[in-house]
Design a protein around this ligand. Structure first.
Ligand code: SF4
Length: 211
C-alpha cells in the first residue's frame, strides 16, 4: 500500500474513533495482564463478566495467590480453558510476588518470562498499560493487514514486523486498537462488511462483499 494511502487509512480510522482502547475492563496493569491471559480463545465480554466478580475480591498477585487455584477457578469457570488458565495465573502471581515485588514489569524481556505471557500479551501490556507504540498482532489484525494489503505476511511475526515499518509514527500507539476493532466489527472473518467499510476504496482485497 502506498504511504499516502496508509496515512489516509489511519486518518479515517482515527476520525471515527479518536481515542481507541481495549474492550477488556481493567483499572491497573495487573488487572489488564490477568484479563489478557484469560482472554486467549475467549471473548472480551466473557472475560469482563468473570473479572467483574473476581477483582473486587482479589486484584493483586498476593490476593489471588491467597485465593488459590481452586478458589480462582470458581470465578473464571465460565471462560474457555479455565483449568489451564487458573494454573497459569497462579504461577504468574507467584512469580510477580517473588521476583517483581508484586508489580507488573515494564520490559518486553521480563514480561515474556512470565508464565502464560507470549509476545502478543507482552505487546498488549507495553502498548495499553504502559503507552508504548507496540502492535500486538492477533487474529483480527493478521486478517485486516493481509486483506487490505497494509502489511501482508504469512505469519503474525511477519505482519508485526511489516506494520512496524509501514505505520507512521503519529498513528503507531493507537494502530493496534484501530485495527483490532476494525477486524472485529467491520472486516469480520467470515463475511466482511465491505459495503459499509470506511476504508473500502483503499483496501486491496479481491473478494470484497457487496450489498
Ligand atoms: S473493504 Fe472489506 S475486506 Fe477491505 S477492509 Fe473493508 S471490510 Fe475488510
Amino acid at each position: 500500500m502506498k504511504r499516502a494511502d496508509v496515512v489516509e487509512l489511519f486518518t479515517r480510522l482515527r476520525e471515527l474513533n479518536p481515542h481507541p482502547t481495549t474492550e477488556l475492563a481493567y483499572t491497573t496493569p495487573f488487572e489488564l495482564l490477568v484479563a489478557v491471559v484469560l482472554s486467549a480463545q475467549a471473548t472480551d465480554v466473557g472475560v469482563n463478566k468473570a473479572t467483574k466478580k473476581l477483582y473486587p475480591v482479589a486484584n493483586t498477585p498476593q490476593a489471588i495467590l491467597e485465593l488459590g487455584e481452586e478458589g480462582l477457578k470458581k470465578y473464571i469457570n465460565t471462560i474457555g480453558l479455565f483449568n489451564a488458565k487458573a494454573k497459569n495465573v497462579i504461577a504468574l502471581c507467584r512469580l510477580l510476588v517473588e521476583q517483581h515485588h508484586g508489580e507488573v514489569p515494564r520490559t518486553r524481556e521480563a514480561l515474556e518470562a512470565l508464565p502464560g505471557v507470549g509476545r502478543k500479551t507482552a505487546n498488549v501490556m507495553l502498548n495499553t498499560a504502559f503507552g508504548e507504540p507496540t502492535i500486538a498482532v492477533d487474529t483480527h489484525i493478521f486478517r485486516v493487514a493481509n486483506r487490505t494489503g497494509l502489511a501482508p505476511g504469512k505469519d503474525v511475526r511477519a505482519v508485526e514486523d511489516k506494520l512496524e515499518k509501514v505505520v507512521p509514527a503519529e498513528f503507531k500507539r493507537d494502530a493496534h486498537h484501530w485495527l483490532i476493532l476494525h477486524g472485529r466489527y467491520v472486516c469480520k472473518a467470515r463475511k466482511p462488511d465491505c459495503p459499509h467499510c470506511p476504508i473500502r476504496d483503499l483496501c486491496r482485497y479481491k473478494h470484497k462483499t457487496v450489498e
